[in-house]
Write a protein that binds this ligand. Structure first.
Ligand SMILES: [Zn+2]
Length: 248
């Protein structure tokens, strides 16, 4: 069990051969904090926790944020995190070293995802500058797709062997990440603010709307799987446990 820490994002990973949880925090205003005094409201950090014991493994200061993804590059586990900024940071979790910034966006980054492409692992980022950026982590090559609208979130699924990004704009747009072209959209009932995938979720994505409704869509069939309304969801968190035997 993790200790009672404050985190804006958490993901599972393996670091040094050990299953861990990686957390990221970004500063917030202590006057608005529900639990002031229990933590440092100004802290910006990425932390690695032993998943079995909850013991802290590593703290990386001066890097954090509400956006956090983890992938493996050349056998080393790395994290990419972004706070209220246009430049996500790349961190080697094996050493705790901040490797640098993934510069290029011209407005606030609103979502990160990882994907395995033909040339290896890449990070996908979307921002209010209306672009989708794909940065190949082994080569550093960056590709930029102009979405033509502000984007609020991104998630990636693999459909028929192709990596497809679902991005939250006026509608939930679908982009082929190898070709860099828009291939359609998901006709969600309301404007989407957050998109999530989950382990073993296949081609399913969860869409959290600005009205706090959650819809699960199948990107392959472009079909609505289920819809949950009337929830009072947290403002900026949507998380999905592994989903087994989803209704079809
Ligand atoms: Zn606080």
């Amino acid at each position: 069990m993790l200790p009672g820490i404050r985190a804006d994002a958490v993901v599972g990973a393996v670091v040094g051969g050990v299953p861990v949880y990686v957390t990221a925090t970004e500063p917030h205003y202590d006057g608005d904090c529900a639990r002031p005094g229990t933590h440092d409201c100004a802290a910006t950090a990425v932390q690695v926790w032993d998943a079995a014991t909850g013991e802290p493994v590593r703290t990386v200061d001066d890097a954090g944020g509400r956006h956090l993804v983890v992938t493996v590059v050349d056998g080393r586990t790395v994290a990419v995190t972004c706070d209220w900024s246009d430049t996500p940071k790349l961190i080697d979790l094996e050493s705790g070293v901040v490797l640098g910034g993934l510069a290029g966006h011209e407005d606030l980054v609103q979502g990160l995802a990882t994907v395995e492409l033909q040339y290896g692992p890449a990070v996908v980022s979307v921002a209010w500058d209306q672009t989708i950026r794909v940065v190949h982590l082994t080569t550093g090559e960056a590709r930029v797709f102009d979405a033509g609208e502000r984007l609020d979130s991104v998630a990636v699924v693999v459909v028929g062997g192709r990596a497809v990004a679902a991005v939250a704009g006026k509608v939930a747009g679908l982009w082929d990440l190898e070709l860099g072209v828009r291939i359609g959209s998901l006709p969600a009932t309301a404007k989407v603010r957050k998109i999530a995938t989950w382990p073993d979720g296949g081609a399913l994505v969860g869409l959290l709307s600005w009205q706090d409704d959650v819809e699960v869509w199948d990107v392959l069939e472009r079909g609505l799987i289920c819809r949950m309304t009337g929830h009072r969801m947290s403002q900026d968190i949507v998380s999905f446990p592994p989903l087994h035997g989803h209704p079809r």
